[in-house]
Ligand binder design. Structure first.
Ligand SMILES: *[C@@H]1O[C@H](CO)[C@@H](O)[C@H](O)[C@H]1NC(C)=O
Ligand SMILES: *[C@@H]1O[C@H](CO)[C@@H](O)[C@H](O)[C@H]1NC(C)=O
Length: 288
């Protein structure tokens, strides 16, 4: 009986270690006090934080996109990244030049996603071999609960997006108008960045689909190649992925060439828990 008891304890311990999600002491220290409340200050949003080593052990680079590990064989990214000819992901390090490589087996973009059309922007990626979880590699938590998106409250973004350096010289900043990626000067970086973003009224994002969350503002939001990255919140000291970075509309801020305004779109993961469970054959389940 005693032996059996010990065996059960060890077994349960192993399962828990495997299923543990959303743990990062360094990221928690940086963001715990900020999440949920308080208006975002321009100074804090203008400066994305450079991750240091292993702040985000569930993040994986997906060529020109970002992705998150949701199970040992499974990743989550944006469906609009599906045509990127990528055969492997890079994981295990915030600076991807030091990352490890894992081969992709199959991509499952949401079947209703259409190129160039917002909505259903979610894709599951199956790996050839399961990842070995350790202090530097783990999974993010998912939840069926749709977390609060009360306007003005804060969330966290992370991705391997480029760094914003300024607007191109040809952009006329005397008035507010829409701009594209080509109008912006970006700098390449191999290092994962994280930043605060705040939720907005749904009307702020024109044509927001029912499966999307709206967030952003002046000087805050995602940049190219953040796509597929994580929008996260903190519950009981664990990080939960709430959204997938899907895109944004960018506008000039009159009189400023050092900043722009982003109306950002994020796929609401809580609406896709059944689909995630189905595609991962029950391997990945959202918590209640
Ligand atoms: C995790 O990363 C640290 C620092 O890069 C390294 O020293 C350590 O060996 C890594 N742990 C594992 C299990 O790979
Ligand atoms: C910028 O736009 C304003 C308003 O349309 C216009 O008056 C001005 O000449 C433009 N400036 C340049 C440099 O194109």
């Amino acid at each position: 009986m005693i032996f059996k008891g010990i065996f059960v304890l060890i077994f349960v311990g192993l399962i828990n270690a495997e299923k543990e999600c959303g743990k990062s002491e360094s990221a928690l220290k940086r963001y715990k006090s900020q999440i949920g409340s308080g208006k975002v200050e321009l100074s804090e949003i203008n400066q994305p934080f450079e991750a240091t080593g292993h702040d985000w052990p569930w993040m994986a680079h997906y060529m020109k996109c970002s992705s998150s590990i949701i199970g040992q064989k499974w990743l989550l990214t944006a469906a609009h990244c599906k045509d990127i000819p990528v055969a492997a992901i890079v994981y295990g390090s915030d600076d991807r030049t030091f990352g490890k490589v894992a081969e992709i087996k199959t991509k499952y973009p949401h079947p209703k996603h259409q190129n160039g059309i917002p909505g259903y922007d979610i894709m599951i990626v199956e790996l050839q071999e399961p990842l070995e979880f350790n202090e530097n590699v783990s999974q993010i938590c998912l939840s069926k609960t749709s977390f609060s998106t009360i306007p003005e409250t804060k969330s966290i973004l992370t991705g391997w997006g480029k760094l914003f350096k300024g607007l191109q010289y040809w952009v006329n900043t005397t008035f507010t108008h829409r701009i594209t990626n080509d109008d912006i000067l970006f700098e390449f970086t191999p290092i994962l960045h994280d930043k605060i973003v705040h939720f907005r009224e749904r009307e702020y994002c024109a044509d927001l689909k029912a499966d999307m969350i709206c967030a952003g503002g002046i000087g805050e939001g995602s940049t190219p190649e953040d796509s597929g990255g994580s929008m996260m919140t903190i519950i009981n000291d664990k990080f939960y992925q709430q959204g997938i970075i899907a895109g944004g509309d960018m506008f000039t801020v009159a009189g400023r060439n050092d900043i722009y305004e982003d109306h950002g779109y994020y796929t609401d993961i809580s609406q896709y828990c059944d689909w995630i469970k189905e595609m991962t054959k029950g391997d990945v389940e959202c918590e209640n």
